[in-house]
Design a protein around this ligand. Structure first.
Ligand code: ZN
Length: 69
């Protein structure tokens, strides 16, 4: 009996998907004008913006990250 191609269970796809735990990441720290510190995780290959919108609505500027390399 040929059951033909059928969709894989969603669970299978989830297991195969690259987990964020394994994805290379960088955490970028921003400091807003009200001295809020924000840590934003980005994918390692993501282009990191110099300015981030803080939760208080002020622009937060990127803080030089401690370079692990
Ligand atoms: Zn803020």
């Amino acid at each position: 009996m040929d059951d033909g191609p059928h969709p894989l269970p969603a669970e299978f796809d989830r297991l195969r998907a690259p987990s964020s735990a394994y994805a290379p990441r960088q955490v970028v720290t921003y400091l807003c004008t009200r001295e809020h510190v924000i840590s934003v995780p980005f994918a390692a290959e993501a282009e990191v913006p110099e300015v981030w919108d803080c939760r208080c609505g002020q622009p937060a500027t990127r803080v030089a990250a401690a370079d692990a390399s």
